[in-house]
Design a protein around this ligand. Structure first.
Ligand code: BG6
Length: 296
């Protein structure tokens, strides 16, 4: 790794895990090497945008609860592999800090994960290189680049499972997915027709919106702000809030915390999985931006 600029420090974070602390002119951020996990992004003068559970574990065997877990190379359960960890091995793996540099007012941090004995023995045994590039500034940009280093084609799923902090999910709306068919995970595998209005939250919400490249906007009425998520190279968007019972069922999620978060996930999953031939690569980017809430 080349020398880090003064805006980037590699320190010991929670649970003794290495963390990259970024101080850019317009924002701060924290990225754990464990999972290449963005655990914090705070634009100057604003409340944290990325939500982190107060009950999160910080240890080598667990995924961090909140932030931006990287789900790769599968999403959810791995069919035919009950032993495989939910959402893939990337969020449980230690990534390498490759380099970091200033770029104008922004700070770029690049991390990498490649196949290892453990991944080659997993439910997805291929040779690959995954590079995660985080650009910290007034916007947060996150890019996952996957290269097939194997001699055979492979298919993978991926998600930047972004937890966003909101004042109250019960008065939050997500627009941009109007009319988009979705799989409602709690009720069944068959896609439902899209709904005419924005997504509103009145109970467990766990939806996979298929074949959508749309920018989404989280209208956080209680928090007085809106967060937009634009994306490239992503054909799926997942929206998730666990609500009361599912929050209680998770040991690493506070019982009352579900009101203060929503996940809007930039993904390629299910029918939108990515097929790569040897030496081919695929790039997926999510960009977050915050603004004051404008009245409709
Ligand atoms: C979402 C899934 O993306 O992640 C949900 O759609 C799941 O079904 C949620 O419950 C959290 O997953 P995990 O493994 O981090 O508890």
């Amino acid at each position: 790794m080349s020398t880090l600029p003064p805006s980037v420090r590699l320190e010991t974070g929670r649970g003794g895990l290495p963390v990259v602390r970024v101080t850019a002119p317009a924002a701060t951020a924290e990225i754990y090497l464990h999972g290449a996990h963005v655990a914090s992004w705070v634009p100057l003068g604003r409340q944290p945008v990325v939500w982190l559970s107060a009950a999160s574990r910080f240890d080598a065997d667990s995924a961090i609860r909140g932030g931006v877990p990287i789900c790769f190379p599968w999403f959810g359960a791995r069919a035919g592999h009950p032993e495989a960890p939910q959402h893939g091995f990337a969020r449980l793996s230690d990534w390498e800090l490759v380099e970091a540099h200033d770029q104008g007012d922004e700070v770029v941090v690049r991390l990498r994960l490649t196949d290892s004995d453990a991944t080659r023995a997993s439910a997805w045994p291929y040779m690959f290189s995954a590079t995660f590039t985080v650009v910290v500034g007034a916007q947060l940009s996150m890019t996952l680049d996957v290269i097939n280093r194997d001699t055979t084609e492979f298919t993978f799923e991926e998600a930047l499972h972004t937890y966003l902090a909101v004042g109250d999910v019960r008065s939050t709306e997500v627009s941009g997915l109007e009319g988009t068919p979705y799989v409602d995970r709690p009720t069944g595998p068959d896609p439902l027709p899209g709904e005419p209005g924005p997504v509103r939250f009145t109970g467990l919400t766990d939806r996979i919106y298929l074949a959508t490249t749309a920018r989404t906007t989280v209208r956080d009425v209680a928090g007085g702000r809106s967060i937009s998520i634009s994306k490239d190279g992503s054909d799926t968007t997942v929206v998730w809030n666990p609500w009361v019972d599912n929050a209680r069922a998770m040991a690493d999620f506070g019982d009352e915390e579900w009101t203060g978060m929503v996940c809007v996930e930039t993904c390629n999953v299910r029918d939108d999985s990515v097929l790569l031939e040897p030496d081919q690569s695929h790039t997926m980017t999510a960009r977050l931006e915050v603004s004051e809430l404008s009245t409709p």
